[in-house]
Design a protein around this ligand. Sequence first.
Ligand code: MV4
Length: 625
Amino acid sequence: MTKPFNKVLIANRGEIACRVIKTCKELSIPTVAVYSDADSNAKHVQLADQAVNIGPASPLESYLVLDKIIDAAKQTGADAIHPGYGFLSENGDFVNSCKENEITFIGPAAEVMNVMGEKTAARKKMEAASVPVVPGEYLPAPDGENIDIDALNAAAERVGFPILVKAAYGGGGKGMRLVRDPSELVSATEAAVREAIKAFGNGLVYIERYLENPRHIEFQVFGDSHGNYVHLGERECSIQRRHQKIIEETPSTAVTPKLRKAMGNAAVAATAAVEYCGAGTIEFLLDEDGSFYFLEMNTRLQVEHPVTEMVTGLDLVSAQLQVASGGKLPWAQEEITFNGHSIECRIYAEDPANDFMPSLGKLLLYREPDTRVDSGVTENDEITMHYDPMISKLITFGNDRQSATTKMIEALQNYPILGITTNGEYLREILQHNAFADGHTTTSFLGKYFEDWNPSGCVDTQVAQAAIAAGDAENQTSPWRTVGHFRLKGLGLDFKLLNSKNGQVDFIVAGQQKRAWVATDQDSRMSFIDGHLCKFHAVDAASDDTDADPQSPHIVSDMPGKIVKLLVSAGDTVKVGQPLIIVEAMKMETEKRSPVDGTIASVFVEQGQTVSEGDSLIDITLEGE
Ligand code: MV4
């Protein structure tokens, strides 16, 4: 293959920027990274041959500013721009701006992007190409604002309930409303319109028949500028939380060879219908009865593309570069073969037990396991609020689904991330669930089995403590340094330290060899063993019967949990050591006792309430104050 470009600028950050740089390096194409002030030491900047600062941390002032990206390309002599996903990757204006500046945009034409960005236009294109779409109707009010109620009701009558009202410029579930009862149709539609105006600046909505328990199955497609179109098989992406995919795999347990052929043909027809050039994705809903319907086309390389690469053995970024430079697709449909099974898990800096709240902070310890890891971070990086909380993707491959699953569980157990909360334990428990093993991966999976999930927590707190103590042996003054083999007094725990280096502790306990990773921050000590995170707050380590500083008459929750029982109320007098409240956290009940003699000043919580780390529980007034 001749070199498609002289220099490629990557208009993105994080793992996808690193992914694109990797292929460019393999093709000996020099790369240019762009970075915000928050990313000056980021992995993608280190990997690229050149880097250009494009402004403040906020994407609105850096990664999303079209002119800054174009200027960076001109300044460094890049003849092509890879947009990654997100940011400017589906922005038609950006594509046009590249063209005006004689820079190749690595992706499809602006016109295709714009058609696919407006979902009613996309649906109409697909209907014209005989690609099945969900039974639906377009509403007459073009701006969506003044709803014609009679027309809406008549359209709904033809479609049939339940109905899903969708925003034409939507995606990701915003501006979407489910209507089961015809009496709610008008108010739901009005609400969808308002939400769409707020989120997308356009209130155009349409209605579709609601499918109760579909799967999200998408096909990777590719086209070139010579009229060649192919598909690279499906990806099952039904395991999503709030319209965010977290586990993807290929092949899907629901797709038979016959169905793959039918869906693949439809995907290729969809791609050809818009004369698509580049990598794209055709999303389908697959109903329980085996019928499938076009949902959306994504006009970019997607987060989950690696599973397709694993089973086809192809490099999708390389093919993107080739077709973007005017070359032909490197493969005909019959040359694309599928082998084995691949799973991807997305690792997010978020807390699944606390509404998937993003978890910000420093990666005190970060070590990658022995499998394909597409990541954009390194140890000591800071996870900030400015960007997507996805920090990496783990990808496994096996001859069959069972083997890819087992490898993923092992990878998650050997992927310590200390300093922030991640969804790692949540992912591992999903992979270990029977319903996953049985392939029941529909869009209802998480809601059905993981609605009230909490981490199972420390498997053995004593082992975790011992590992942390052993990790301390690296500290020259630690008494553990010379011990090596010790028995925890009164607990009968035989702990033989084998090795401890850079926070990685190998030991034998109860005859079993284990590995832990440990780290310490200002107020807690952490260990990661067997895929379980154990966190000890400094105060707990110092005294085991009072949870608060003895000087402090302020009781706070040191973990996310639930108030099981309140043992006091305001006005009660309490003695030091008296139980005040029972909190359940990490499946364990902890009794919080009074650190002082005094009077209960306020109780801030109720029985049954859930609390977050740091929430105030009780204030006590010291005796004699
Ligand atoms: C649907 C649907 C059922 N019926 N359309 C969710 C986001 C947007 N991309 C489309 N979505 C859906 N459209 C009809 N006619 C169910 C969903 C849906 C969903 C789709 C894929 C993956 C996860 C989902 C979770 C909830 C709802």
